[in-house]
Design a protein around this ligand. Structure first.
Ligand code: SR1
Ligand code: MG
Length: 397
């Protein structure tokens, strides 16, 4: 196994040269290869290595948060991302990049380079994303969540998978802190917001004990409801798009949790895009409806097939009673609404904010977008249990 060191471009080329399958993808020899760093996310370094025949994408963990080197972070996250790819790939196939190689010593993933794709967040901000992408994300969540659920697999197999991902402690801690806790604390130095324009709303959020009780319910759902294997960080920066080819990347936060967490994260990022770019309002509403219908269709399709082997549903399969179907999707929608509310708040006043707000026409519009996100976020958290349908969710926006 290789000894860990943060790779430079030339060190990476030497590492790939020792991998026959990757060398075959690149073609030629090392003198013909070029590596360029394209790191974009908060945590890791990413390189694209190109050769005469093709290219690969290489992602390596650093022993700290890339955008904040004072924040130490264990290296294992790349291993969890690779395991997430291996476990969801049979269910979602082409909707994630192909994993070519994992070096467990270097904490390095070598995967398919999506050379013609763009990160969805940037494509949305530029107004270049094709309409309908959210249906593909809904399908992705439906297929991945059903296939890793207690309905699809005997409980022994689910426990084995939960054992693997329950060790993803460092990144689960990030989510628990940054999404489920910090924004509601008055003394948290990681929070930041436009002051004084947002001070009134931030103070209200941080002093509202009824809101904190609702956040506590979501903390409990997140940590104790292991319904399925989640992506765990499904925002618009975790999706790459080229026409109708929509790929989900960056599964390093994977864990067992409530399915509505992934749907809620994605929903909130669509809402914030619409608030920052009001000309996208009708479009993002359509995308939110498509996200839900894509999810529902994909999940139900598998639920109604006879191949499932899970202990949950063993008495009724392949028939799905309409009462159980209604109960299940309403529960996922409650979770989706609540977690969407948390994402709206944390992306507006927490540590990791989003570029969409900078696409606002001016400071006044940016403040207005952020105020709307905080007001909607607070309402979604408080009223999540009343939100039963995509129509009810859209009525809150
Ligand atoms: C320190 S990591 C901050 C955020 O970036 C990731 O993409 C996750 O969203 C995390 O919360
Ligand atoms: Mg990421």
């Amino acid at each position: 196994m290789s000894a860990y060191r943060p790779l430079t471009a030339s060190g990476l080329i030497d590492t790939l040269a020792a991998l026959p399958s990757v060398s075959a993808i690149l073609g030629g020899n090392t003198a013909d290869w070029g590596a360029r760093e394209v790191s974009d996310g908060n945590l890791n370094t990413v390189f694209i290595v190109s050769g005469p025949l093709g290219s690969v994408c290489c992602k390596q963990s650093l022993p700290y948060v890339r955008v904040d080197p004072s924040w130490a972070m264990p290296l294992e996250r790349t291993l969890f991302e690779a395991r997430w790819m291996q476990h969801v790939s049979p269910a979602v196939g082409h909707q994630i990049p192909t994993l070519y190689h994992l070096d467990e010593g270097l904490f390095l993933i070598v995967m398919e380079n999506l050379a013609t794709h763009h990160v969805l967040r940037g494509a949305l901000i530029a107004g270049l994303a094709p309409a309908g992408f959210a249906a593909r994300i809904g399908e992705f969540v439906g297929h991945a969540s059903f296939a890793t659920s207690w309905r699809a697999m005997p409980f022994e197999d689910v426990h084995a998978m939960r054992d693997i991902f329950s060790r993803n402690l460092a990144l689960t801690r990030i989510t628990v802190d940054l999404i489920l806790t910090d924004p509601y604390r008055r003394d948290c130095a990681r929070n930041h917001w436009i002051s004084p324009a947002l001070d009134d709303l931030v103070t209200a959020i941080q002093q509202d004990s009824a809101l904190h009780a609702a956040v506590e319910r979501l903390q409990e759902r997140f940590l104790s409801c292991g319904q399925a294997l989640l992506h765990g960080d499904l925002h618009t920066g975790s999706v790459m798009i080229c026409g109708d080819d929509v790929r989900v990347i960056d599964g390093e936060f994977a864990l067992y949790g409530p399915i509505g967490f992934d749907l809620g994260m994605f929903t909130a990022n669509l809402i914030m895009n619409a608030y920052a770019q009001p000309e996208h309002d009708a479009w993002m509403r359509d995308e939110i409806a498509l996200l839900w219908s894509g999810f529902r269709h994909a999940y139900l399709e598998r639920w109604e097939q006879s191949g499932a082997r899970g202990d949950v549903g063993s008495l009724s399969r392949p028939t799905v009673s309409s009462a159980e179907r209604t109960r299940f999707f309403q529960q996922v929608m409650h979770d989706c609404a609540g977690f969407a509310g948390l994402e709206l708040v944390r992306r507006t006043i927490g540590f990791a904010q989003i570029a969409d707000y900078e696409a606002s026409q001016d400071r006044e519009q940016e403040v207005e977008a952020r105020r709307r996100a905080l007001i909607t976020g607070r309402a979604l958290i408080q009223r999540a249990f009343q939100i039963d349908s995509p129509e009810a969710l859209l009525g809150m926006i």
